[in-house]
Design a protein around this ligand. Structure first.
Ligand SMILES: C[S@@+](CC[C@H](N)C(=O)[O-])C[C@H]1O[C@@H](n2cnc3c(N)ncnc32)[C@H](O)[C@@H]1O
Length: 280
């Protein structure tokens, strides 16, 4: 996204950054949940903008010691550095910022985790795939990609998922398997993360609600084999008095299940489960 003026960048920081931060926190939390023993001590953030994904990583991985942020726009870097100075966090404050265009970069420095959040969608898919290939080589442990939860965002995610699997990665989230994605071409796999709106945010958007739901698509690919989730909830559960309907992506494809009150083993879980959660 071209942020031509300081006003554009400030608007992004006030209005979009809280939502992309919330999405990144949700994805990193899922990575931590699925790989609880894995320590992430270094992070490479590609298309960092003001550093949103790096801020989110610091919320989830308190063991991070080294942050490298790559961003093409020097004004974003200036703003990112100035924001980082306000953080009570020495790693953020001492992060390495590299001004570079990630297109055509043959190799990136190795880090435990490589993330690209809301950036690859701004690049032609063919080039985004080359970037992911180089980024995957630089990832010691895992790679995370986050894009808007739109048909377009998911179309890119589907391509990159296939590439990462072909490169030997294991997609540990959101997918419960490594087979071809079963989503039909007129649907898209996406999730939602709620974040609070500040008074400034509400004013800038002329919004009345005190929150908003950010829709996002994502992939977490691991270099190490781990147990896949059994199934994942793909829509808001439909809750009724005596039953809950769940749309799932499972090891054997898409399915809709109905959990009834009489199913003692699963009923309590079905009452509480949310869109994006692992089932059962
Ligand atoms: C929508 S912003 C996302 C910022 C941040 N990652 C987030 O999640 O909020 C996209 C960022 O990617 C950067 N970007 C896009 N293409 C790039 C490229 N080829 N090389 C480096 N940065 C790029 C843009 O300059 C912009 O800062």
């Amino acid at each position: 996204m071209v942020m031509a003026t300081a006003a554009h960048r400030l608007a992004y920081a006030a209005v979009r950054m809280p939502a992309t931060f919330a999405a990144a926190c949700a994805v990193f939390t899922e990575l931590r949940r699925l790989m609880p023993e894995t320590r992430i001590t270094s992070l490479l953030d590609l298309g960092a903008g003001p550093g949103t994904a790096s801020w989110a990583a610091m919320e989830v991985f308190d063991e991070v010691q080294q942050l490298t942020l790559v961003e093409q726009d020097k004004e974003w870097i200036r703003m990112g550095k100035s924001l980082a100075r306000t953080a009570d966090n020495i790693v953020l404050a001492h992060a390495d910022w590299i001004q570079a265009n990630v297109r055509g970069v043959a190799s990136f420095p190795t880090h435990d985790l490589v993330v690209s959040s809301y950036a690859l969608g701004e690049i032609a898919p063919k080039v985004a795939r080359e970037i992911v290939q180089a980024a995957w080589t630089a990832a010691r442990t895992a790679m995370v990609i986050i894009e808007p939860g739109t048909m377009r965002g998911f179309a890119l995610m589907r391509l990159l998922r296939d590439d990462l699997i072909a490169l030997g990665g294991q997609v540990i989230a959101p997918c419960p398997h490594q087979d071809a994605c079963p989503m039909s071409t007129n649907d898209w796999c996406h999730f939602a993360q709620r974040s609070a709106r500040s008074a400034l945010h509400r004013r800038l958007k002329s919004g009345t609600l005190g929150y908003e739901d950010e829709k996002f698509s994502y992939i977490v690919a691991s270099k190490h084999l781990s147990q896949p989730v059994n199934a994942r909830v793909l829509r808001h559960p439909l809750r009724h008095a005596g039953h809950t309907r769940l749309r799932l992506c499972a090891g054997d494809g898409l399915q809709t299940i109905t959990v009834t009150r009489s199913d003692k083993e699963h009923w309590q879980r079905a009452r509480k489960i949310a869109w994006g959660d692992q089932w059962p």
